[in-house]
Design a protein around this ligand. Structure first.
Ligand code: 3HC
Ligand code: NAI
Length: 692
């Protein structure tokens, strides 16, 4: 065996050279890996006894892409293009042997090899789009030459990982090797092509599929149209499409030039920086400085839920979906029947859409038990309370639970705003109490805020995070404060939105600005969707807010056909002249002199106080890192991924600009805009939120 460098070795198996890369964790194409490929292939080419070369990886996967940590830094060692040229233009066939995932630059290496062999469990994909990028090492030019432009468009704009069997059908892989016997399979394949004297198959020379699509611009027009909603605001999907268009319309080398130019634009832009930040933030969020990975956890085999309302039912589904039995407790039979009925209906709807079989529906429902007796939760390992949002009710429930549930179990609350430290005073084991704040619909939304109370034990935290992963959530550990992280920040935006419509904007102005910023909808469209009457009571309403006035007129949102907007029979929203008049009258009654408010002011007043609140949350230690706040807002509230979350957005515009605007607003509009100490500190020290 010859050592090429620290990450690459070359071995000979008869007349086949095997070049092995070993760069944990995912064999990303760092400088040493590129060097290992370049020099290893060269050495094998120079060895006259070698007739073909197998490129294979150690560890959990084939090359999973470029080394994302290298972007934005000066590259070292040979470029990826040098290494690829060494493979493609060399005189000896190179066979890529794929296990795990061949992703991004990894698949591009494999596409440059003359043949590809994979084990059945392997997957291939070009996920660059998810990092705000496009495959920048020939992937957009080679992939359509094998699979055709339609499939290539799907793959590069979705970033999906395609299983090896499908790859074989599409021609992306030439042969499957037996699972666990990749090396033997790839070497045997290499021997076969040598014996058969097969020519070097260069993907760059395959032109049938791209030529067949030439002169058919409708392929691209239709694809853009069909995906317009999905791609809204993102640059990378459009740039990927343009590259596939170039593959169809230009010779290979010209197409490569287009790909390189567009790649450079994306990799130096703010969207890709934001999406790369999110990639690492999603992995960081699980790392808890004072709860190390080896913290003991509590086995959770049985889950209890109290309250079968909107949240309780959705929460239950998460556990049923992964095969954990759930007992759900209600106070009355009809509420229980209703709750169980909704769960069944949700599952049946999924089955009707073909997501799983009716048998699976029955399997999941078979794990669910309804009860009117809290004693049935005695042997639960985890109980989640999801009853009405009322401190006294919650405390009573917890005191009762304390007397019933076995020692060592976790007692969780799904409260959205109540003080969990106070809830914990209702039990004799406050260390077992934690907040598990699911978002509605709880079976769909990816975010879980794990709320650590003063006395919550580390095993309870560690178990909660582990369970979150098991049920497919992304969990952020946060501290107890009003609204925790997500809703506390939301409150800032809601307050400004309400003020803005009295001072001069209309609800549709605010909504348009925030929608164009990239949010799924603005605050008023959101209120109409959720229902304006959440937390509103007819008896107590005194017309003190615009919402009161609207609810009193039975304009309670989409469900009543009118709210801040008017709705037609298809629920299309139209600005409402009635609402406009209500707002004007209301402002006049309050003695507010309405003025013209610019779109910039709307955006800055809605977003900068959110960033400022994030800074307060950090200085109070209620979130571990600024990137955790980004994770909460991206996954719980639809903050645009391409802006990286509110805190990353703060870094993008610059903390100094945010601070200056907050001060300017504070001078004219008061202490709603009082800058956080941390914001001042960051600016004074010339730092970024992400340094925090
Ligand atoms: N570069 C640098 N680090 C990477 C990386 C990459 N491409 N891919 C993964 N890592 C790191 C992760 O940050 C993580 O580090 P940590 O342990 O310190 O947190 C570690 O490797 C393990 O990653 P995961 O936790 O994600 O491990 P999984 O086993 O769950 O998933 C994976 C493995 C499917 C390979 C997943 O990591 C992944 O999807 N990686 C990114 C793949 C990708 O986007 N490739 C394209 C890169 S861009 C490119 O290639 C440009 C080219 O066209 C020029
Ligand atoms: P809901 O009103 O839909 O359901 C509450 C259920 O609890 C009712 O079915 C009620 O009969 C039952 N219940 C009340 N007291 C009980 C008791 N002592 N024992 C057993 N069952 C009892 O309320 P929802 O929306 O599900 O909210 C529940 C909790 O989740 C609240 O704390 C709320 O703040 C929180 N939450 C709600 C979100 C939402 O969007 N609806 C989002 C996140 C959290």
């Amino acid at each position: 065996m010859t050592k090429i460098n620290d990450v690459a070795t070359l071995e000979k198996d008869g007349e086949i050279a095997v070049l092995t890369l070993n760069s944990p964790p995912v064999n990303a194409l760092s400088g040493p890996v590129r060097e290992g490929i370049n020099n290893g292939i060269k050495q094998a080419i120079d060895d006259a006894d070698v007739k073909a070369i197998v490129l294979i990886c150690e560890g959990r996967t084939f090359i999973a892409g470029a080394d994302i940590t290298e972007f934005g830094k000066a590259p070292s060692g040979p470029s990826l293009f040098d290494a690829l040229a060494m493979i493609e233009h060399g005189p000896k066939p190179v066979v890529a042997a794929i296990h795990g995932t061949a992703l991004g630059g990894g698949l591009e290496v494999a596409l440059t090899c003359h043949y590809r062999v994979a084990v059945p469990s392997a997957k291939c994909g070009l996920p660059e789009v998810n990092l705000g990028l496009l495959p920048g090492a020939g992937g957009t030019q080679r992939l359509p030459r094998i699979v055709g432009p339609e499939k290539a468009l799907e793959m590069v704009t979705s970033g999906q990982h395609v299983g090896a069997k499908k790859c074989l059908e599409m021609g992306l892989v030439d042969e499957l090797a037996e699972e666990g016997k990749l090396r033997e399979g790839a070497v045997a394949f290499a021997k076969k092509i040598v014996a058969e004297k097969r020519p070097l198959k260069k993907v760059r020379d395959l032109n049938d599929k791209v030529e067949a699509a030439r002169g058919k611009p409708e392929i691209f027009a239709e694809f853009r149209k069909a995906n317009a909603r999905k791609f809204r605001g993102f640059l990378a999907p459009e740039y990927n499409i343009q590259c596939i268009e170039a593959a169809v319309n230009l010779p290979f080398d010209e197409g490569i030039k287009v790909e390189q130019k567009l790649f450079r634009e994306l990799v130096t832009g703010t969207q890709s920086a934001a999406q790369r930040h999110v990639f690492f933030a999603e992995r960081q969020v699980w790392k808890l400085p004072d709860v190390p990975a080896d913290t003991p956890t509590i086995p959770v085999n049985k889950v209890g839920i109290i309250g079968a309302g909107t949240m309780g039912g959705g929460i239950a589904m998460n556990f049923l979906n992964v095969g954990l039995p759930v007992t759900i407790v209600e106070t009355k039979q009809d509420a229980l029947d209703r709750g169980l009925g909704v769960i069944r209906k949700n599952y049946e709807n999924s089955a009707k859409k073909g997501r799983f079989s009716m048998e699976e529906v029955e399997k999941r429902m078979g794990l669910l038990k309804g009860s009117l007796d809290m004693n049935d939760l005695a042997d639960s390992d985890l109980v989640i309370e999801a009853v009405f949002e009322n401190m006294d009710v919650k405390k009573q429930v917890f005191t009762k639970l304390d007397a019933i549930v076995k020692p060592g179990a976790i007692l969780a609350t799904n409260t959205s705003a109540l003080n969990i430290d106070e809830i914990a005073t209702a039990v004799k084991r406050p260390e077992a109490v934690i907040g598990l704040h699911f978002f509605s619909p709880a079976n769909v939304m990816r975010l879980l805020e794990v709320v650590r109370a003063d006395k919550t034990s580390k095993p309870v935290i560690a178990t909660s995070m582990q369970l979150a992963k098991k049920i497919g959530k992304i969990a952020a550990l946060v501290g107890v404060c009003p609204g925790f992280v997500g809703n506390r920040i939301l409150a800032q935006r809601q307050r400004e939105a309400q003020k803005l419509i009295l001072e001069g904007a209309m609800p549709w102005d605010v909504d348009r600005v925030l929608y164009d910023f990239g949010l799924p909808m603005g605050p008023f469209a959101m209120s109409d969707l959720a229902g304006l009457d959440i937390g509103w009571s007819k008896e107590k309403s005194q017309g003190a807010t615009i919402r009161d006035v609207l609810c009193e007129m039975d304009r309670r949102g989409q469900k009543t056909g009118a709210g801040f907007y008017d709705y037609d029979e298809n629920r299309n929203a139209k600005p409402s002249p009635v609402v406009e008049k209500i707002i004007l009258d209301f402002a006049q009654k309050k003695g507010i002199n309405r003025r013209k408010i610019s779109d910039d002011e709307i955006l800055e007043r809605c977003i900068y106080p959110m960033i400022n609140e994030g800074a307060k949350i950090l200085e109070e230690g209620k979130a571990i890192r600024s990137s955790d706040i980004d994770i909460v807002w991206i996954n719980g509230y639809g903050f645009p991924v391409y802006r990286g979350g509110p805190m990353f957005y703060g870094d993008t515009v610059g903390a100094a600009k945010v601070l200056a605007k907050m001060k300017e607003f504070q001078a004219t509009m008061g202490d709603d805009f009082k800058p956080a100490k941390l914001l001042e500190k960051i600016v004074a020290e010339g730092k970024k939120f992400s340094d925090f």
